[in-house]
Design a protein. Sequence first.
Length: 151
Amino acid sequence: MLETGTKAPDFTLPDQDGKERSLSDYRGKRVILYFYPKDMTPGCTKQACGFGALYPQIQEKGAVVLGISRDSTASHKKFQEKYSLPFPLLSDPERKVIEAYDVWKEKKTYGKVSMGVVRSTYLIDENGVIEKAFGNVKAAENPANMLEELS
């Protein structure tokens, strides 16, 4: 994980509609930047829907949510439409941002070791500095925990 108090690496990635989005587009707002393994999987769906349900309260606190995975923009579009997600999902198939934020790690699933995205969330302040970093977050609890962090 990247250290709190350090400048968050800027990036530009396409969202579910193919629109380019950069972290710097959100200066002046706090950003909940979350990395997740895969669209349409149970844990990732719980996490995304949790952020979706809390999004009005997150916005009231002057923050936005951005989700990033290796999935394609087409996959993100289906995921967003199926669950009416009100925030952008960014596509990083080459893992440039995933690796810049140090969330591409060795994982053990049922004893099998592989490389993958470790479910992680960063809270970035209005000036683009990492306020908090959370690794190995629990999908179902992460959205409510992040809303609390905004208080």
